[in-house]
Structures are given as structure tokens and as C-alpha cells.
Write a protein that binds this ligand. Structure first.
Ligand code: ADP
Ligand code: MG
Length: 697
């Protein structure tokens, strides 16, 4: 059997494979493109394509695909075989540089937000040489970007790559202004911790809500939830362990650095954390991780739920986006070092993030806004919709000292003694962790925690890269002009703290008081997805994206529209699924139960005149009253659905209506159904209960 280092990345056309299969000059040329972002010489494309094909065929491939990330949030692929006709009715296996570099999928069925009319079907995919090609099944996957015939961006990768270039350029500029000449490239690095649920496939197929919408739309809470805290980091059950083992192997073969697996807070909930890598690869790897989680789960009789809130009453799933900047020389620019107070380079980069978050709270909120994530943000289980930064006391004290021009006294690291001589002594960190902050500085990186589990992490990283690049650019503007650098730096730090300390919050973000305090501080609280989207095209945002050439005003409008439409469609499907379940299953089930109870009352009466039947009558009355209520709400939901569907408004107006009208009735309908579920005999209830879904694994 092969060891992990031996088979790790065996399905990836990585550096090792390139070195082995490419002529040296071609390899060097390609490597320059990957590492420095240099333009790729098109003459080498043919040689790369041929080498890739030979390598892929040696692994059993017959097809290739341009793999891209359209605005649907998932990945897209169209498979072409390598065959080309040859003399005598034969075929050759061919793959040209042209086919590697450019693809022409029909773009008309991908969301474009009105950028491209359906009759203008042409779209292009273009090879992204910075993300390695890989093999899955019989297909060679080539990571690509996707744009329209006119060059308008239709995907998530293009703006991500642009934002990575921008932050590299601006970080370099600042480093140069500080006299650093040794660095030639700066990478945004990301490690995305992924949460998910595993539930039994047989039970999943009995619930249309899970199948159509990924979440339960009905379901009474079981007597036990997550209150005992007995699942978090608990022993992993054998069936789940087998799943995790296979998942790790599949991911390792694809070069994904899957590192940590553990149980999460909710029953049936788990987490996978990879080792961080560049932002671009981390995005591709996270997309792959989600896809492979789903396929491996199937093989183990599970279904992997990536929805942000599959079950009410227990935690939903999120994704933590750990982000930092790293130089090509391997230096993490967010490492405070032994004396952070004196580390001005670090403080400048830190200040850039603080100012960026404060000035672009809306963009960060927008980047995580989906119908599913609205159920988590602000629900006392995930950071609220209000953006803030956790720095910890030590760093805040340092910034405060700069702002007030006072002396700073360094905190000494206390030792922790475990009280038994056999146990190691270790130094305590100078600050504790804060698990409730949406954007927490965690020692040498920022952890953005507001992401929902299903999100493509490209979106938040486009935002972070761009808003931080903007601040770095403004700092460089000042420093490049200044005669006294040291003084200028001190002033930048002081100004950032004085003008933006409202965004720093080290307390409990889940507490009710924080909502009030945040409001007093003037922070934005964009509670729902439509609330957030309203700000996408704000003047300052359009200016920002235009300055850094990430999106033009048209592309922003289109993206906003696509996201709003997807929000409305999601709620529409949920509402229709609810109506279907309510009418076809729940109503008949309760009615049948009430009918049978009534029959048994009649039977009792026939049997013997003085048998008591108050118990049955009580239940019959209760359930009948609830069923009446239920019926009225079903009609109400249908009316709300019809009304919003006939509405001729813009995408925002329609989304708002789904949010205010449809969702409200949906939740009322659910309350009544859940109450009926608790009163109805288990045999009659048409769906596996929460108890069975969550506790019988
Ligand atoms: P924590 O205990 O704070 O969650 P870990 O060290 O376990 O911290 O890291 C959590 C995630 O952060 C991992 O995916 C890890 O790879 C990632 N990470 C660590 N350092 C960096 C960095 N410099 N840039 C981006 N991500 C990082
Ligand atoms: Mg974390």
C-alpha cells in the first residue's frame, strides 16, 4: 500500500508532474506564470497540452473538461473526449494548446444578470494556469475562468484572480515604501474550515423538504437537542469515521490538504479543516471538498447536507475563512512578532484591515448574503449580521497607545502550571479567543466567520482582497510623499484607531446588548439578504471596484441581480415544497389520525355506554382546531406566493416581498404543523422525526 506522501496529489498535474512531463524550458516558462503572475507565452501551450494529455491518459482519462465557477455558486463542466478522426476510419487521441487555453461553452443557460441576452449565447472559458489541472474519474479537469462574448465577467474566479493581483501589487507598494526590496510577490492565503451534516440516506429520501431545498421546512424539536454539549469533539462513530477516512484519501489524491476532522456542536454535524494555501487554490479546493463530501457520503449510505440551516433548534453550518498575506519569501505579513508595538510593518497591515472592514462593512455582509445564511446570522449561533473586528486587548492597547501618544507597557506571557510535575508547563497566549466575532484576529491571520457552509469562498475573498488593497494603496500614497516616514507611519496608525475604533469589539457578539451598542456606534446592521444587496451599487462601492478594475458598474448590477434572483427562487421553491407537503402529506395524516380517534370514540360508545372518552375528545378538539388554522395558513401561503409571482418589479422589490410576506407565512405554517406533529401518533406522521434524523445514526 502506498503511504500518504506517496499518493498525495497523484491525481494532480502539479509541480512534480510538470517537471517530469514537460521539456525544461516549457516548465520554467509555466512556472514563472504560476509564481509571478507573468503572462504565458502561447507557444508553450501546445506542449503543455500534450504533456497534460499524456499524463492524464496514463491515469485512464478519455475526456477533458474546462471546469469553471459560474454565478450559480457551484462548478460547471462539459466533457469532451480526446478523440480526433484519423485516416482509415481510425481515431487519434489529441489535445491542442488551443483547446487547453480556450473553451466555448454555450453561455446562455448560465446566470448573467442581463449582461448577455439569451440569443447571444457565446461565452468563453479560459485556462487559469495558476490552479493545477487534475483528474477525476475518466476526465482531465482544467480550472478555467468564464466570460461573455464581450468579455464581461460571468464567474467568480476572474474577479478573484484580479483581486489577488491587486492586493499583491498594493502590498508590494507598501513594503517598498517601508524600504523592503526583497519581496517580489504577495499572496493572499486562505484556509477554509468547512462544516457539514451527515444524515442517513434512507431517511433523507423520505423527506421532500430535504431533497428539494436542503433543509427541513417542518419538524418538531426532539426532547434532546445539543444542550448537553456531548457531540462537540466527541468520539467519532465508526460509520462516520469510515466516511472521513475515505474523504481524506480522495481529497489527498487531489492535492487538497485535508488536515483536521472533528465532530461539531450539533448532533450529526462535523467539520473538516484544510491547511491553508493561496486564495485561488483554496477556492478550487473548497469547491472540490464540498463536491467530494457529497459523493463519498453516498457511498457510505449518507447524505451530506451543506445547507446553512438544515434543522431548526440546533446549530446551522458555517465556513470559517482564515485569511492572511504571505510574501514569496515566506513571511506572513500578519505575524506580530515578539514586539508588536515596535513592528510597524505589522501594525500598518493590521490597520489596513481595520479601516477596510469599517469602511466596507456592507460589502463584507453582501459577500455572505444568501437565503440560507439569513437563518444563521443573528440567531445566537453564528456571528450577527453586524460586522466588527476582534483584536484582543493587547493589540487594542497598542493601537490606543499610538492614538494617544502614550507609552505602551508590554504584557508578559504568564506561565500555566498544570499542578502535576509530569505535565508540561506552557506559556499562555496574551489574549484569549473570541468565538463570537465575525472577523477575529487569531494570532497571525483574520478569521471571517460569517460565511454559510454552502458558499463559494471566492466572493468573500474578492471583497477582503479588494478592500484591504484599497487601504494599502491609500497608506502608500501618504508614505511615498512623506519626508519623515516614521512620523507618517505613527500618524496613519493613530488616525486609523481614532477614526475607526468603533469597528473593534472584543466582547460577546451574540449578546443582545451588542445590538444596541453597535447601533449607538453607528455600525450597519443589514439583517436580511435584500437589506444587504441594496448597498452593492452604492457610489463608494462602485468607485472602489472601478479603481481596482474588479467589476464595472454593469457587472456589479448584474451580480446583484443574479444573487437577488437566486434568493427569490430559493424561497419560492421552499414555499412550493411546503404547500406540497402540507396538502399531500400533513393534512391527510392529521385528518386520518383525528378520524381514527373519532372512530374509537364511537366504538367505545357502542361497546359500553359509560366508558370515558374525554381523553380522545380533548385531542380530537385540539387537533381539529389546529388543522383549521393550518388550512387557513396553507391558503395564505398560496395567496402570498401567487401575489409575489405576479409582481412586476425589479429583483430587489421581488426579493423583499419574498422576505417579508412569504417567509413570514412559511414560519407561521411551520409552527402549527410542528405543534400537530407533537400531538399526532408517530405511526401517522408522514416523515421521519427530528429525533430519528439526528439521533439514530
Ligand atoms: P484555529 O485553532 O484558530 O482554528 P488553526 O491553526 O487550526 O487555528 O487554523 C485554522 C485554519 O486557519 C486552518 O485551515 C489553517 O490552515 C488556517 N490558517 C492558518 N494560518 C493561516 C494563514 N497564514 N493564512 C490563511 N489561513 C491560515
Ligand atoms: Mg475556526
Amino acid at each position: 500500500m502506498k503511504t500518504i506522501p506517496e499518493f498525495f496529489g497523484c491525481m494532480v498535474f502539479n509541480d512534480e508532474a510538470m517537471k517530469k512531463h514537460l521539456p525544461t524550458d516549457v516548465y520554467i516558462n509555466l512556472k514563472k506564470t504560476i509564481e509571478n503572475g507573468d503572462h504565458l507565452d502561447s507557444s508553450v501551450a501546445n506542449e503543455v497540452a500534450n504533456a497534460m494529455k499524456e499524463w492524464a491518459m496514463s491515469l485512464g482519462c478519455t475526456h477533458y473538461t474546462h471546469w469553471f465557477q459560474p454565478m450559480t455558486g457551484i462548478t460547471a463542466e462539459k466533457h469532451d473526449s480526446f478523440i480526433t478522426p484519423a485516416d482509415g476510419g481510425k481515431v487519434l487521441m489529441e489535445f491542442s494548446g488551443k483547446e487547453l487555453i480556450k473553451g466555448e461553452p454555450d453561455a446562455s443557460s448560465f446566470p448573467s444578470g442581463g449582461i448577455r441576452a439569451t440569443f447571444e449565447a457565446r461565452g468563453y472559458t479560459a485556462w487559469d494556469p495558476t490552479s493545477y489541472a487534475f483528474v477525476m474519474g475518466n476526465t482531465l479537469y482544467i480550472p478555467t475562468v468564464f466570460c461573455s462574448y464581450t468579455g464581461a465577467v460571468l464567474d467568480k474566479k476572474t474577479p478573484l484572480l484580479r483581486s489577488m493581483e491587486r492586493i499583491s501589487e498594493e502590498a508590494l507598494r507598501l513594503l517598498r515604501a517601508l524600504g523592503r526590496e526583497d519581496v517580489s510577490h504577495v499572496f493572499a492565503t486562505v484556509g477554509a474550515e468547512q462544516e457539514y451534516f451527515l444524515i442517513d440516506k434512507d431517511m433523507y429520501t423520505l423527506r421532500r423538504d430535504l431533497m428539494y431545498t436542503g433543509r427541513t421546512l417542518f419538524g418538531a424539536r426532539p426532547p434532546k437537542g445539543q444542550e448537553m454539549d456531548d457531540h462537540y469533539f466527541g468520539a467519532i462513530k465508526p460509520r462516520v469515521a469510515a466516511f472521513m477516512e475515505e474523504l481524506d484519501k480522495e481529497l489527498w489524491k487531489l492535492g487538497v490538504y485535508a488536515k483536521t476532522e472533528h465532530n461539531e456542536v450539533a448532533p450529526c454535524q462535523h467539520e473538516l479543516a484544510p491547511i491553508f494555501t493561496t486564495c485561488n487554490l483554496a477556492t478550487d479546493h473548497n469547491q472540490l471538498t464540498m463536491e467530494i463530501m457529497k459523493t463519498v457520503a453516498q457511498r457510505h449510505g449518507f447524505v451530506c447536507l451543506l445547507h446553512e440551516k438544515p434543522f431548526e433548534g440546533v446549530n446551522g453550518s458555517g465556513k470559517h475563512n482564515n485569511w492572511a498575506l504571505s510574501t514569496n519569501t515566506g513571511e506572513n505579513l500578519f505575524k506580530p512578532g515578539k514586539k508588536p508595538f515596535e513592528n510597524k510593518q505589522f501594525l500598518l497591515f493590521l490597520c489596513a484591515v481595520i479601516k477596510a472592514v469599517d469602511e466596507y462593512q456592507d460589502l463584507l455582509r453582501i459577500s455572505v448574503a444568501t437565503a440560507g445564511n439569513d437563518h444563521r446570522l443573528g440567531a445566537h449561533e453564528a456571528p450577527p449580521a453586524i460586522m466588527s473586528v476582534f483584536l484582543g486587548e493587547e493589540l487594542e492597547d497598542i493601537l490606543h497607545a499610538y492614538a494617544t501618544g502614550t507609552e505602551y507597557e508590554a504584557v508578559k506571557k504568564a506561565k500555566i502550571a498544570m499542578g502535576a510535575t509530569v505535565l508540561p508547563e506552557f506559556k499562555r497566549d496574551t489574549t484569549d479567543r473570541n468565538r463570537t466575532s465575525p472577523i477575529a484576529f487569531t494570532g497571525n491571520k483574520f478569521e471571517f466567520r460569517s460565511l454559510g457552509s454552502a458558499l463559494n469562498i471566492a466572493c468573500p475573498n474578492i471583497m477582503i482582497n479588494t478592500i484591504v488593497a484599497e487601504q494599502l494603496s491609500l497608506f502608500s500614497d501618504i508614505l511615498e510623499k512623506s519626508d519623515n516616514k516614521d512620523e507618517a507611519i505613527n500618524k496613519i496608525i493613530a488616525d486609523v484607531y481614532n477614526n475607526h475604533h468603533r469597528i473593534i469589539f472584543n466582547g460577546n457578539n451574540y449578546a443582545e446588548e451588542w445590538l444596541q451598542e453597535a447601533e449607538a456606534r453607528g455600525l450597519m446592521n443589514l439583517k436580511t439578504m435584500p437589506d444587504a444587496m441594496e448597498h452593492y451599487s452604492d457610489e463608494k462601492n462602485v468607485k472602489l471596484f472601478d479603481k481596482h478594475k474588479i467589476f464595472n458598474a454593469d457587472e456589479i448590477r448584474a451580480r446583484c441581480e443574479i444573487q437577488l434572483e437566486s434568493y427569490s427562487k430559493t424561497i419560492n421553491i421552499e414555499a412550493l415544497t411546503m404547500l406540497d407537503m402540507a396538502r399531500k402529506d400533513i393534512f391527510p395524516a392529521v385528518s386520518k389520525f383525528v378520524g381514527d380517534l373519532s372512530k374509537s370514540v364511537l366504538n367505545k360508545k357502542n361497546l359500553c355506554a359509560d366508558l370515558p372518552f374525554e381523553a380522545e375528545m380533548k385531542l380530537i378538539k385540539k387537533l381539529s382546531a389546529l388543522l383549521e388554522k393550518f388550512d387557513i395558513l396553507v391558503d395564505e401561503l398560496q395567496t402570498a406566493e401567487d401575489k409575489v409571482r405576479s409582481l412586476k418589479g425589479d429583483a430587489l422589490t421581488i426579493a423583499r416581498m419574498y422576505c417579508s410576506d412569504v417567509l413570514t407565512v412559511m414560519s407561521k405554517l411551520r409552527r402549527v404543523s410542528d405543534e400537530m406533529e407533537q400531538l399526532t401518533a408517530a405511526d401517522y406522521w408522514p416523515y421521519p422525526s427530528y429525533g430519528r434524523l439526528l439521533f439514530t445514526m
